[in-house]
Design a protein around this ligand. Structure first.
Ligand code: AMP
Ligand code: MG
Length: 329
């Protein structure tokens, strides 16, 4: 096993924070059974204490040590998708501290599949509580460099595992109360989960229920400092031309349109498929956000199941500003 991973596991045992790569985004890890280590996560992120954390488990962990009354559907999902980007919400076992669950009687569990995360979890030999390794409400990190830029000395060590393969956060399914509910869409889509469960999922996400315009609410997440606006593909040229006439430079994230000639705007093309798009979305947002432009104009991806997780993140990034149907930005 790599010496960095062994040292990282020792730091966790000493109650320190270690950031590590997962296949979704980088996590800010602490010993899930050590309440004072968990407190350091909330301090480093500037995160309200009632927000629960996901506990990452080594593949060798026993689900029943972390959750009780585990329904058979949860075991089937774990069997089908772990290690992988699916988080299950279950009734918590008594050893799981209140600090991890936000005082709730449920716990979020997942076995990630990034090889460095798996080595780290096996070296530690227990659960690692880890939210995304960014300041509260900001864009999740998908490179080790992003973590260092954002959290710096608040973290004892950052394990570098390169660019995250998936690039957006895990799908979250709540199985703690009989019904199976999709709490956060991800690249493992609802149909795949339903086919393993053999029954439909209920949905509780931003697309089913439009995000409220309340500052500090969960709606304002994954947010760049630059205003972010979603624009339908058929309006993109018009909106950007209006900005050009007004003397404004914008950043543009597009997936279908080639750059317009003589555009003063900064273009970033992402892949036209959801997996490729998700892989690069957060690093594109960070890069464009750092340029101090008037707005980040995002070509609205297609509606529909395949793009659901990406639309969810984009709507939250736009933090309630919605789809710009006119050219006011
Ligand atoms: P992050 O901190 O970015 O990894 O996001 C963790 C996500 O898991 C948040 O959306 C939490 O609200 C959610 N979560 C964690 N634990 C629970 C739980 N017990 N019940 C419901 N959602 C949870
Ligand atoms: Mg997060």
């Amino acid at each position: 096993m790599h010496s960095d991973v062994v040292r990282a596991a020792e730091l966790l045992r000493a109650g320190e924070l270690v950031a590590f790569p997962t296949e979704t985004v980088y996590g800010l890890g602490a010993d899930a059974l050590n309440p004072s280590a968990i407190a350091k996560i909330f301090a480093a992120k500037g995160r309200p204490a009632d927000h629960p954390l996901i506990v990452h488990l080594p593949p060798s962990a026993r689900l029943d040590d972390w959750a009780r009354e585990v329904p058979s559907g949860a075991r089937r999902l774990a069997e089908a998708f772990w290690p992988g980007p699916l988080t299950l919400i279950l009734q918590r076992q008594s050893q799981v501290p209140d600090q991890v669950t936000g005082g709730q009687d449920t716990v979020a569990l997942r076995v990630p599949r990034h090889p460095v995360a798996l080595d780290f979890l096996e070296a530690f030999g227990s659960g690692i509580a880890a939210p995304s390794a960014n300041r509260y409400g900001r864009i999740s990190p998908t490179l080790a460099r992003h973590v260092v830029e954002e959290l710096g000395s608040a973290v004892s060590m950052v394990l570098d595992g390169g660019a995250c393969e998936v690039g957006i956060e895990s799908t979250i399914v709540d199985l703690s109360r009989g019904e199976a509910v999709l709490l956060r869409p991800g690249l493992i889509g609802a149909e795949r989960i339903e086919s393993v469960l053999g029954r439909p999922l209920s949905v509780a996400d931003a697309l089913a229920k439009p995000a409220p315009r309340v500052s500090g609410s969960h709606a304002a997440h994954y947010a760049p400092g630059t205003p972010l606006r979603l624009v339908r593909p058929d309006r993109l040229r018009e909106v950007l031309n209006a900005q050009r006439h007004a003397g404004h430079r914008c950043a543009v994230i597009a997936y279908s349109q080639p750059a317009f000639a003589e555009s003063p705007h900064v273009w970033r093309m992402l892949a036209a498929d959801p997996a490729g798009y998700a892989h690069d979305l957060y690093s594109a947002l960070r890069e464009l956000d750092s340029m101090g432009l008037r707005a980040i104009v995002v070509e609205l991806p297609p509606e529909g199941e395949a793009w659901r997780a990406i639309l969810d993140r984009l709507f939250r990034s736009a933090a309630g500003s919605g789809i710009a149907d006119d050219d006011r930005l």
